[in-house]
Design a protein around this ligand. Structure first.
Ligand code: NI
Length: 170
């Protein structure tokens, strides 16, 4: 396994819709194992392939933060089937280090996806699990969480991220 580099905004891969996954091979298994390791090392609860520079529709998630092996799951080609209710709470993203703000999401989400063997399954999640599945499915579609806030807040975050990117190059 290997740690992957997490790309940060404004890297264009984050705003590019990912390609559907069509081959469920050893390369995919390795990518998923590496994504889990990268997510754990960054203390994240979710990580999508575009965030490691791979423009594909898949993400890994563990909303228990490593405490419950059953919550450790990879969702490949995720599709949101239905949503219900509303929650409002602070959200962050590994591609926006240090940026947190309240984002309204559905309280419950049912997502259909494929597992690493290509088998279809459905995941019905509430609260943080719903929030995470919606945030990560957005990543697979080239949507970032600042797209869910006001224009003013979005511009503020964009300026901050561009400044950080410039400083990193110095
Ligand atoms: Ni994110």
């Amino acid at each position: 396994m290997a740690l992957l580099e997490i790309v940060t905004y404004p890297n264009p891969v984050l705003e590019t819709p990912g390609e559907p996954v069509t081959s469920f091979d050893e390369g995919l298994k390795r990518l998923i194992a590496d994504m889990f390791e990268t997510m754990d090392a960054a203390s994240g609860v979710g990580l999508a392939a575009p965030q490691v520079g791979v423009s594909r529709r898949l993400f890994v998630m563990d909303c228990s933060g490593g405490r419950d092996p059953e919550q450790r799951v990879a969702l490949i080609n995720p599709e949101v089937l239905s949503v219900e209710g509303e929650q409002n709470g602070d959200e962050g993203c590994l591609s926006f280090p240090g940026v947190f703000f309240p984002v309204k999401r559905s309280l419950r989400a049912v997502v259909r996806a494929q597992n690493v063997e290509g088998e279809t399954f459905e995941l019905d999640g509430m609260d943080l699990t719903a929030r995470c599945m919606l945030h990560e499915t957005d990543h697979c579609d080239g949507i970032v969480f600042i797209d869910h806030t006001t224009v003013l807040k979005r511009e503020m975050v964009k300026r901050k991220m561009r400044k950080l990117a410039r400083m990193a190059k110095m």
